[in-house]
Unconditional design. Structure first.
Length: 93
């Protein structure tokens, strides 16, 4: 009970501190708010989506398969230190 009370008192006292005096930057006072761009303008800037090349698709598929194999290795049970060392060696390959 005392620990909880002392924690609340400590946080309460920490909240009573003054806001730090940070220097203003030149743009913080005179800059004003940024102009929000309409979403349609942002979509026009992106251009049409491009399809992945066959090489990119093959690279992505190979990476996904390597990650699946690694996940399968990590799911194996580790009963002792020797098995753990062997598992670590397999994962680091």
């Amino acid at each position: 009970m005392r620990a909880v009370l002392s924690i609340f008192v400590a946080f309460g006292l920490a909240g009573c501190g003054d806001w730090p005096d940070l220097p203003d930057t030149p743009g913080s006072r005179s800059g004003g708010w940024p102009r929000l761009a309409p979403l349609s303008d942002l979509e026009r800037g992106l251009g049409a989506p491009t399809a992945a090349s066959d090489e990119d698709a093959a690279r992505l598929a190979a990476r996904a398969e390597a990650l699946r194999r690694r996940a399968a290795v990590l799911r194996t049970p580790v009963p002792d230190q020797d098995a753990f060392d062997a598992l670590r060696a397999r994962v680091e390959r």
